[in-house]
Design a protein around this ligand. Structure first.
Ligand code: HEC
Ligand code: HEC
Length: 336
């Protein structure tokens, strides 16, 4: 007999380098809900032709992101934004997707199912398929105490699973915990990353990345324009699509830089293939537009003036943010 006996799930921290998580109080993490969420995340029955699961576009090896510029959904359809990495979701206090159109993580989780370019399936059909699968039915009992499957329960379980994916065991975390040292190049990159840019002394100033990619999760919960295009080139209006404010035009979520070395390509449209291209962009490619962030605009007169060695140092620092423990953690892998 399958039992309903929910036990609290403890997040798997390794180095305690992250601030206190902001977990949803109305959807506490339980072992059985996290497990159900994981079984849904890896379940191809969520797509119309049984070919795509969430994990198809959110691969663990790539920090639950996709190396394709535009992810391929059912029937080979593609969207126009790059898939985002999924981990440390409890520290994203300000909505989800590149434009922040999903208020809560649970709201987000049903969107891909019904999106014609992603899984292209109706929630009614998914519920029917899951109800016919005894393994899934039993897990719904363990997680929620009843065989009744609803989209609301699915979204709560997937929220639980995504909240459970923790990244805090990169080389940088171990450095913060006093367990290892950075190489000379990584350390120079760290100083550049956190150092403020000073337009009067550009040759000795930092690259000011932490101005936006801030704190130990390397993001700031804001939507900003990092100077990718001039106004006439804006294709995707980003945050403006959600707020209807022209002042939000072409602003996008400031994403975390944890695990950034394994999540190419980069930016909302995947326009840069390598971290070298990203650093070149900030170093000398920032474009002036109506909504570009003033801090970045201030760098355009002189550029950041990073030389070849400094660019390498910055990239070597970014590589210390890769967390192989998370990338290989069996607790987050395909349960089937
Ligand atoms: C066909 C590829 C594809 C599939 C399948 C897919 N996603 Fe995504 N995911 C994306 C893309 C692309 C984005 C960015 C979309 C945007 O901003 O408009 C994204 C964004 C997200 C985000 C936002 C992360 C953040 O930091 O804001 C979450 C969470 C997410 N997906 C979870 C899921 C879940 C859960 C499923 C399965 C129910 C799923 N995805 C299925 C491609 C996919
Ligand atoms: C003014 C704020 C700001 C500053 C300063 C800034 N960034 Fe960003 N960064 C952003 C925003 C916003 C995005 C997402 C832009 C988009 O996709 O349209 C981004 C995206 C990125 C990405 C791609 C992320 C992904 O998931 O594809 C990388 C890598 C990156 N930044 C590295 C850096 C580095 C290195 C520096 C310092 C040289 C830096 N950033 C400085 C705001 C900033």
């Amino acid at each position: 007999m399958v039992q309903y006996n929910p036990a609290p799930y403890d997040l798997q921290f390794v180095n305690n380098t992250l601030p206190t998580p902001n977990l949803p109080v109305d959807n506490p993490l339980t072992i059985e809900k996290v497990k159900l969420g994981r079984m849904l995340f890896y379940n191809k029955d969520l797509s119309s032709n049984g070919s795509v699961s969430c994990a198809s576009c959110h691969n663990q090896q790539n920090a639950f992101s996709d190396v394709n510029k535009f992810s391929v959904g059912v029937n080979g359809a593609t969207g126009d934004r790059q898939a985002m990495a999924i981990f440390n979701m409890a520290w994203h206090d300000n909505e989800f997707f590149w434009d922040g159109r999903a208020h809560l993580l649970r709201d987000q989780s049903l969107g891909p199912i019904e999106n014609p370019l992603e899984m292209n399936e109706s929630l009614e059909n998914v519920i029917l398929k899951l109800s016919n699968d005894p393994v899934m039915r039993n897990q719904f009992i363990r997680a929620f105490g009843s065989t009744e499957i609803t989209s609301g329960k699915m979204s709560l379980a997937m929220e639980n699973f995504m909240m459970s994916i923790i990244s805090d065991d990169s080389k940088y975390d171990r450095y913060l915990a006093g367990l290892t040292q950075l190489s000379a190049s990584e350390e120079r990159g760290r100083v550049l990353f956190f150092g403020e840019y000073n337009e009067f002394f550009p040759e000795i100033s930092g690259a000011d990345c932490a101005h936006c990619h801030a704190g130990n999760n390397f993001e700031n919960d804001l939507y900003m324009n990092n100077g990718l295009d001039i106004d006439a080139q804006f294709i995707d209006f980003g945050r403006e699509l959600v707020t209807d404010l022209a002042s939000d035009r072409a602003k996008f979520k400031v994403t975390t830089l944890r695990n950034i070395a394994v999540t190419p390509p980069y930016m909302h449209d995947g326009r840069f293939q390598t971290l070298e291209e990203v650093v070149d962009h900030y170093n000398e490619g920032v474009k002036n537009s109506s909504t570009v962030d003033p801090a970045l605009l201030g760098t355009t007169s002189t550029c950041l003036m990073l030389d070849e060695q400094e660019k390498k140092d910055l990239i070597n620092f970014l590589k210390t943010l890769t967390d192989y423990t998370m990338l290989n953690n069996p607790a987050y892998a395909d349960p089937f």
